[in-house]
Design a protein around this ligand. Sequence first.
Ligand code: EPU
Length: 430
Amino acid sequence: MEKFVIVGGTPLNGEVTVSGAKNAALAIIPAAILCRDVCRIENVPTTISDVSFMIKTLRHIGAGVKLIDKSTIEIDSRHVSSYVISHDMTKYLRASYYFIGALLGRFHKASVAMPGGCYLGPRPIDQHIKGFEALGAKVTVEDNAIVEAVADELVGSPIYLDVVSVGATVNIMLACVMADGLTVIENAAKEPHIVDLANFLNSMGADIRGAGTDVIKIRGVGSLHGCTYSIIPDQIEAGTFMVAAAATRGNVLVKNVIPKHLESISSKLIECGANVEEYDDSVRVSMDCRPGKCNIKTMPHPGFPTDMQPQMSVLLSIADGTSIVSESIWSNRFRYTEQLSRMGASITVDGQIAVIHGVDCLKGAPVKADDLRAGAAMIIAGLAATGKTEIEDILYIDRGYEHVVEKFGNLGADIKRVYCVEPFSVSDAG
Ligand code: EPU
């Protein structure tokens, strides 16, 4: 077991380069099996564990995967032979369910165990299933454990999503890209990674229009071919460094970003008193005073992203005044507030609303990462706090952030990854 040990109180200063977007990579990697050809994908965050699991799954079904350099992979899908993915492969991450859409698109059948992933509240897949069925697939979920989808043929169809779902939008795009005729996804998700997936599929020969709006039109094509494609920068990793810079009253140039993707984050930071300067592909965040309060409501893109809510709440926990944070995507995304309270934060949670009374400063304490973004929030809290913070369960953080110690360390943070012995349990007593 490993943990991060942080000695806080040092303003972050310098430059950091953001990796490729995790959530785009997790959609694009399975999409590569839709062609019987070779795809070269650049700007992949190859060292995060979610990507490692996707690569492992690709190999399991017969794809060849080569690491060309530290952020480029080549996927050879000519010999993909299996449409079955077991629980061993899917239990660690949510995005494993993108193989349902991709295998259905390629073989017209898929047998994929239900996905794991961070617990953020119930994560139903009814909209994915509704989409597959609209395309003509018969879908059964056995014992709530394995999703079986099979279709004699896939036929394009209008599909209205009852909730704006990133996952369902991705999965339907994967399943219908080679269907017969036109599919129209209405009330589609508009996140940057949806646009990135559409651009990747179009580079493979697909005919997708409207990605980035709430109506996506996909005209099925007979086949797809290999391509070379570079994944967009990670909006949430960028936002995490931006908030860390502000929370430590530092001055950081965050490089390899698309500033347009960061607008909702930048505007909240500015509201809190940070200076945010945008350049072509970088953004500088600095803060030279105590942050001011602000209210936040998470929304699907282009609203404030739920995946930045815990990090931003850390900044608000040391703000001058009381802030209200409303979480409207996930029903259980405030568990980290308990950890933050151990560091001296004053937060009251009622359902999906947190009321944060800013305190003068946080104090280092032993805490844990409840999930990926909760873990990122704990890092920011540790960096901003006085004294030592130890963060356990960092495997969640390793799912989505590359080179954490190196990247924060280069900005002047005192952060170490240390091995720790598992706590003694009664069963160890023999
Ligand atoms: N929903 C349904 N039915 C469905 C699908 C979703 O009711 O069939 C509901 C969910 O319960 C939730 C809402 O719709 O309340 C949005 O869920 P969505 O499907 O958009 O989420 P997701 O695809 O499971 C992705 C990201 C999450 C991010 C959300 C929201 C990936 C791999 N995951 O999840 O990212 O929080 O979109 O933006 O892309 C993270 O990176 O830390 C992370 C959790």
